[in-house]
Design a protein around this ligand. Structure first.
Ligand code: HEC
Length: 221
């Protein structure tokens, strides 16, 4: 065998293992530096995961609730009806009122007033709705009064028949003078006109001005 051929064979036989040793040592050296503490990973170079920001947006409303996102005003039932009467008790036009926080608000008969007469359990738990007793069947209805519709409220009480006008209960547009206020403003359950507070059977625990309600919406600036 030629010397040069032997040289190549020895070089390969010795060179390969040497390169392997050098290569694995360099892996160890660059991976673990010189302090010989190979922990397998390095905390500092990991991409930090930022903490999740706390949820701050209100829960999104869907479906029928989505349209109902305008903030409501807060006002007592008696003050709300009073504002509507003092505004000339409009049937469809909006009326203004100031809510319990002093916010200028607007409401309408259809959306805010009528339900106070039609909704059971509104004035207190267990309360019959006003129209249970005051409805379009004037003869059995108490005081021959129909409080369930706009026309009925305007026609008043003690009506002879469906076409007849009765006694005005809206004080001619002056809330303070109205019979309606007289019957529903009741400190400690007692009206100031010495008649039974409405809704009939109303307990003394109901606030003088009735329940605090969400009604109307803040007026546009
Ligand atoms: C359970 C039946 C009943 C319910 C419910 C009821 N009322 Fe009456 N209402 C009566 C009776 C009975 C009278 C007569 C009271 C009296 O003896 O003075 C009356 C009288 C009235 C009067 C006076 C009419 C007049 O000319 O003398 C008004 C106004 C009135 N109610 C409004 C209301 C309103 C508003 C509500 C709901 C908040 C209501 N009522 C709920 C039975 C009821």
């Amino acid at each position: 065998m030629k010397d040069s051929t032997k040289k190549i064979i020895y070089t390969v036989l010795i060179g390969l293992p040497v390169m392997l040793i050098v290569w694995s040592f360099s892996l160890y050296f660059f991976g673990c530096q010189t302090n010989n503490t190979c922990t397998g990973y390095n905390d500092a170079i990991r991409t930090p995961i930022p903490p999740f920001p706390p949820a701050s947006l209100p829960v999104a409303k869907v479906g029928a609730n989505a349209a109902d996102s305008t903030p409501k005003c807060k006002i007592t039932a008696v003050q709300l009806i009073g504002s509507w009467v003092d505004a000339g008790y409009p049937e469809t036009d909006p009326f203004k009122f100031t809510d319990s926080k002093g916010t200028a608000c607007v409401g309408t008969f259809a959306a805010d007033i009528q339900k106070l007469f039609l909704t059971p359990n509104l004035w207190y738990d267990g309360a019959a709705s006003c129209n249970t007793c005051h409805n379009s069947q004037l003869l059995p209805a108490y005081k021959s009064m129909d409080i369930s519709t706009y026309a009925g409220i305007l026609a008043g009480s003690n009506r002879a028949d469906a076409n007849a006008k009765g006694n005005d209960i809206l004080g001619g547009g002056v809330w303070e003078k109205s019979l309606l206020k007289g019957m529903i403003f009741a400190p400690d359950g007692k009206t100031e006109i010495n008649r039974p507070a409405m809704p009939l059977g109303r307990p003394a625990t109901v606030p003088a001005e009735g329940p605090l309600l969400s009604a109307g919406s803040p007026e546009e600036q």
